[in-house]
Design a protein around this ligand. Structure first.
Ligand code: F6P
Length: 531
């Protein structure tokens, strides 16, 4: 069963939210703090080692209860159950959306096409575990008998961003394996990596759900040609494995069936790091840490599935984003981790969020007449303070932001951590208060404040907490999609550009640019003069 299609603007709660917005839109939310000492308690959630303070937002208690009304009216709970139960909620592709099953309890049962997917999941996990052990113990050797010490992941989008972000973020958990990622079709990307590695000790993982992505296949061919300059065809099985839902195509490429790791069409590419797509994570951090990442995500799944809306972290974050996106018309959202190891986190979220919710059509196939998908961006603090924070503080645009910080440093010392975190707390306070209490008598120096932020304080950055953090955003994305009445799990919007690129590639080969508009025609002639 698919998700029901309800235009949020036609609910009873929406005009109430509109009226409520009209009442408070000119308020300065710092005034709410002055009137209510208990505001931080009212608008915060403690969950395990996470503490979310969402009190620095343009909200009152009524805002939350109106969103609760909206969620009840659209029967949000039943959408959540359909999602977890494996209903085919990705209707345009007729697929379930079950990345949650990858981190669920082994005893659960979900049948897809009459097959309990948990047996497939545990088979795949065992295969990852055994393979990881064989590489890390040195029982799997390279073609000249040396141990493998380098892993190169060849993939793009969801077959790249998740694993590379996780490995970078958890570098303190890394073992001796060096990891590299080749994604871009830009030949300088692949050549830059090949310059650094030794074919005798490198394992290549070709990761492509479809095994049709031109970037990945071109890069994989280039890498194989390079490898064969140093080794023989029969050495390939020791050095090339593939992750795909299209095992046939992987085998056609030359990968031995026993060297393939299955993935399934019920796992979306951008939510696939929990699947065999995470093989590089397991190799680089060890299988136990990969398992802990999954466990952390599983805990967030239970929190999301079972907590009431007002105490539900992903639900609250999503409602706040609807509040800003659809009522205040703030269309972008910044994510600022105060942790240098999370420097790729916002880049990762850009795909999971914007490829999911950048949609113009509702679940009934009509063009929507309201805003969907937010623009997600960000950088780590404090670096971001010295680049774009000027605009956050004094610009004419309001950018709601998530500040993510940790109680404990990783290996950094306490002095650094206290300075880092003092900045973390100071920024959200400055964004809220501005200089309202101490007018500057000089507009250039005035901070108007009233800029909303969420503060997420987590115990420490670990495989488990990172798993929970990623899953938290996954469920926020789901919740937004349900409220906006869109289909979050397809990505037709990337197809047109791919088709045109393939046509233009043919035109570049033939030198005939006559079929194009005058701009594209002139550009192609500038790029490749034909006479
Ligand atoms: O950009 C479109 C997309 O299909 C993403 O959704 C996906 O993560 C990426 O391309 C890579 O796809 P594949 O894993 O099939 O190579």
């Amino acid at each position: 069963m698919s998700l029901t299609s309800i235009n949020p603007k036609l609910t009873k709660a929406w005009p109430k939210l509109q009226a409520h917005f009209n009442e408070l839109k000119r308020n300065h939310f710092y005034d709410y703090f002055k009137k209510d000492n208990g505001r931080a308690d009212k608008f915060s959630i403690s969950w395990g080692k996470f503490y979310l303070d969402f009190s620095k937002n343009k909200i009152k208690e009524e805002t939350i209860s109106l969103f609760e009304e909206l969620l009840s009216e659209i029967n949000f709970k039943s959408s959540v159950e359909k999602y977890f139960a494996g209903e085919k909620i990705n209707t345009t592709e007729s697929r379930s959306v079950l990345h949650t099953a990858l981190r669920a309890d082994k005893d659960e049962k979900i049948f897809i096409d009459d097959c309990n997917i948990f047996s497939k999941i545990s088979e795949a996990k065992n295969k990852i575990r055994f393979f990881t052990e064989s590489i890390l113990s040195g029982s799997h050797k390279g073609f000249n008998g040396d141990n493998i010490d380098t892993v190169v992941n060849i993939g793009i989008g969801g077959s790249d961003l998740g694993p590379s972000m996780v490995i970078e973020s958890l570098r303190h958990y890394k073992n001796h394996i060096n990891t590299h990622f080749i994604s871009n079709i830009d030949g300088d990307h692949v050549s830059g990596i090949l310059e650094k590695i030794n074919p005798e000790t490198t394992l290549f993982i070709i990761v492509s759900k479809t095994f049709t992505t031109i970037e990945t296949l071109t890069n994989a061919n280039t890498v194989r040609d390079w490898f064969l300059k140093n080794a023989n065809q029969e050495d390939i099985p020791k050095h090339f494995v593939a992750v795909s839902s299209n095992i046939e195509k992987a085998v056609d490429f030359g990968i031995k069936p026993e060297n393939t790791f299955p993935m399934w069409d019920w796992v979306g590419g951008r939510f696939s790091l929990w699947s065999t797509v995470g093989l590089s994570i397991s190799l680089s951090l060890g299988y136990d840490n990969f398992s802990k990442l999954l466990e952390g995500a599983g805990k967030m799944d239970s929190h999301f599935r079972n907590s009431k809306f007002s105490q539900n972290i992903p639900v609250i974050l999503a409602c706040l984003s609807v509040w800003y996106n659809n009522f205040f018309n703030y269309s972008t959202h910044a994510v600022i981790p105060y942790c240098e190891d999370l420097k790729s986190f916002s880049k990762y979220l850009q795909q999971s969020s914007m490829e999911s919710n950048g949609k113009q059509t509702d679940r009934s196939g009509n063009f929507v007449d309201y805003q969907t998908g937010q623009v997600i961006w960000g950088q780590t603090g404090t670096n971001a303070q010295h680049s774009f924070f000027q605009l956050l503080h004094q610009g004419t645009k309001i950018i709601p932001s998530d500040f993510i910080g940790f109680r404990k440093p990783q290996k950094g010392n306490d002095l650094h951590h206290d300075i880092l975190m003092a900045n973390f707390f100071a920024q959200t306070k400055a964004l809220m208060e501005g200089t309202v209490a101490e007018p500057q008598n000089d507009n250039h120096k005035e901070f108007l404040g009233n800029r909303p932020t969420n503060t997420l304080l987590i115990d420490s950055l670990s495989p488990e907490s990172l798993g929970s953090l990623i899953a938290m955003y996954e469920h926020k994305i789901f919740t937004l999609g349900v409220i906006w009445n869109i289909l979050s799990y397809d990505q037709a919007g990337v197809e047109l550009g791919k088709k045109l690129a393939s046509n233009i590639l043919n035109d570049l080969k033939s030198g005939d640019f006559s079929n194009h508009d005058s701009s594209t025609h002139s550009l192609l002639k500038e790029f490749k003069p034909t006479d």
